[in-house]
Design a protein around this ligand. Structure first.
Ligand code: C2E
Ligand code: MG
Ligand code: MG
Ligand code: MG
Length: 287
């Protein structure tokens, strides 16, 4: 079978393409079902202050679980949720669940700021800030404990509108981070006009710090840029001690990566934090 898709371009329908279409379909059904029946989970990855070693927060990362305990990662189902018109519902569940979990941990004496990822489609809703405010209120959550991560494309495509929304988010007390920085197409002059708190250096650079001079240069330049804009800079994707040291030497204050911990289910995350806190507050041995 051949379908004409353009003047001189033909696309062949193959079992391979059918398989992709089927997969997207069944994933969409699974996302729908998960939203209705509670099949989404948040995993948490620690954010560490690499000057003091203290844990300052966590990034909440969504997973799709099914009854067999199988887990699907967000890179696969977020695009499906976006094209199926389900991303706002999903994103709002994430905010509510992160607020609920933060409240539980605070009661247990673990006070953290929690970052959530926001899809460009969700962010571009006109009333995004008002909806966020509503979710915080419904959960009795302190806005100062929440951080939203937006991507360059979400804010740069319609800069004036984005600035208005960001101003409203910040007026609530919620913090804003620009995620995956360095991979998009932000012009630096536009960056200076955005009301941000944090810049997250994309992990594609950080992961190549040991092996690639260009990645070191870019990472160093982004850290310097962030600091000159008075932003906190987070290095993402720290997988080695060398990468950690490089960030420390360049004055980066915060970091995240498998070197510290993979994203963990809530209970394991709390255990990890307690073990690490004990380690760091252990009395210094004097010999
Ligand atoms: P992101 O926001 O940039 O999140 C960081 C991703 O890098 C996570 O993948 C995390 O597990 C992974 N990571 C962290 N440290 C390391 C490391 O040292 N090495 C390597 N190789 N990877 C590391 P994950 O959880 O699969 O999430 C992928 C992306 O999916 C996220 O990228 C984010 O863009 C999106 N996402 C996750 N949760 C949500 C959500 O609730 N809503 C929306 N809209 N998007 C989400
Ligand atoms: Mg993120
Ligand atoms: Mg990122
Ligand atoms: Mg990413």
């Amino acid at each position: 079978q051949v379908k004409q898709t353009g003047r001189a371009s033909y696309q062949f329908y193959t079992p391979e393409l059918d398989r992709h279409a089927d997969e997207a379909h069944s994933l969409e059904a699974r996302v729908r079902q998960a939203l209705q029946q509670g099949g989404l989970r948040l995993h948490y990855q620690p954010v560490v202050d690499i000057r003091s070693g203290r844990i300052t927060g966590a990034e909440a990362l969504v997973r799709l679980c099914d009854r067999e305990g199988d887990m699907v990662g967000p890179d696969r189902f977020i695009p499906v949720a976006e094209s199926a018109g389900l991303i706002t519902e999903l994103g709002e569940w994430v905010v509510a669940e992160a607020c609920r979990q933060r409240g539980v941990w605070r009661e247990e004496g673990l006070t953290l700021s929690i970052a959530v990822n926001v899809s460009p489609l969700q962010f571009r809703q006109r009333d995004f800030a008002e909806r966020l405010s509503g979710i915080l209120a419904d959960n009795g959550a302190d806005p100062c404990g929440l951080e939203v991560e937006v991507t360059e494309s979400a804010v740069m495509d319609n800069l004036d509108e984005a600035i208005k929304v960001l101003d409203r988010i910040k007026a609530l007390g919620v913090k804003v981070a620009l995620d995956d920085f360095g991979t998009g197409y932000s012009s630096l002059s536009r960056l200076t006009s955005l009301p941000l708190d944090k810049l997250k250096v994309d992990q594609s650079f950080v992961r190549r710090i040991e092996s690639d001079q260009a990645s070191r240069t870019v990472t160093g330049a982004i850290i310097a840029l962030g600091h000159s804009l008075k932003l906190d800079v987070i290095g993402e994707g720290i997988e080695s001690e060398d990468a950690l040291r490089y960030l420390q030497e360049h004055g980066c204050s915060l970091a995240q990566g498998f070197w510290f911990s993979r994203p963990l289910p809530a209970d394991e995350f709390a255990q990890w934090c307690r073990a690490r806190q004990e380690m760091h507050s252990a009395p210094v041995q004097v010999s």
